[in-house]
Design a binder for this molecule. Structure first.
Ligand code: PRP
Length: 194
């Protein structure tokens, strides 16, 4: 069987970063252990309250799927998709909702599930958007937080890993929409602007 976590990978030729080398950054096993830990914390926090977990597409699909399989409480899921415009690497910019949730979140405990908080633009947008619908609570969960970059005036409640400002690929995160299916997280071997 092929090594599920090779130390090095090459970006597919069809990407504009084609043939560049990626190196292992966080292994699939480390991710799974962290997801188990986070699911236990969330289960304790929301026992008896049936929260709605809202995954932010596309990147969060894999983290969301692993996380909910480890919860031992009742819960519901929904998804939304947003698009950022303007300065992609700055904390200012415009966010547009491409797909909204279907659930009514009024009076519910909402848990936003992100793969990564980078500039913080997305979670800032989602926080004000969710609060308009007067849920009982809004909790933010992210597998990855770029703590040196994120511009936030509220805390992220549950963070899997604090990560440096590098281009991360795998476990839901893409390079030109590719490589989202990797079970581990990789970074470009040659440092690259994000
Ligand atoms: C990524 C990620 C977050 C957002 C974080 O999504 O999934 O939703 O960026 O960045 P921010 O903190 O700077 O707002 P992306 O727009 O790359 O789309 P994707 O999830 O479809 O890959």
């Amino acid at each position: 069987m092929a090594d599920p976590d090779p130390q090095e990978l090459t970006v597919p030729e069809s990407s504009r970063f084609g043939e560049q080398a990626l190196e292992l950054f966080i292994t699939g096993d480390e991710i799974q252990a962290k997801v188990t830990e986070m699911a236990a914390l969330l289960s304790d926090r929301f026992r008896g309250r049936c929260p709605i977990l809202i995954g932010v597409l596309n990147g969060a699909f894999m983290f969301m799927a692993d996380l909910v399989r480890r919860l031992d409480i009742d819960f519901e899921v929904d998804f939304l998709k947003i698009s950022s415009y303007g300065s992609e690497t700055a904390s200012t910019g415009t966010v547009r909702l491409l797909k909204d949730i279907s659930a009514d979140i009024t009076g519910r405990d909402v848990v936003i599930v992100e793969d990564i908080v980078d500039t913080g633009l997305t979670v800032r947008f989602l926080r004000s958007r969710m609060e308009e619908a007067t849920p009982t609570s809004v909790t933010f969960v992210t597998l990855l937080l770029k703590h040196e970059v994120a511009n936030l005036d509220f805390p992220i409640d549950y963070v899997g890993f604090n990560v440096p400002n590098r281009f991360l690929v795998g476990y839901g995160l893409d390079v030109d929409q590719k490589l989202r299916g990797l079970r581990s997280l990789y970074v470009f071997k040659e440092s690259r602007d994000v």
